[in-house]
Design a protein around this ligand. Sequence first.
Ligand code: FES
Length: 137
Amino acid sequence: MDPDRRIVDVEEVPDDSTLLFTVREGFDEKEVLLVRLADGIAAWRNYCPHWTDVRLDKGSGAEFRGGELVCTRHAATFEPGTGECSHGPCEGAYLEEVDVAVEDGAVYLTDDDYEFDHVGPKSDRDLSSGRIGFSGN
Ligand code: FES
């Protein structure tokens, strides 16, 4: 596995919540959440299919209820292994999957659409200009 695509140790992924990391797709940063399963780790883009501007993990771990991932905005629930919305306004819709793999106790990003950037929420960096973005107001 490519060490530049190593995300975290498997042990760092919580049992009852999610671990957030950030990938790059060109100049854009995208958030992905890791979910621990009975037989491995799944990774889903961090937005709700009901309202795509709503994050499931707001930076401190998404909520779990009865073994399902919860969107707290309108209480949709998602199967952590398939990403399917099992109940709620987007029932039957799916979270967007990101490919990861486990090797030697670590989780690696294997999805060719993305580059690994960092663990944690996305920053406000504007990568297109090579400068740190900030508001001077
Ligand atoms: S935004 Fe997630 S259930 Fe409505």
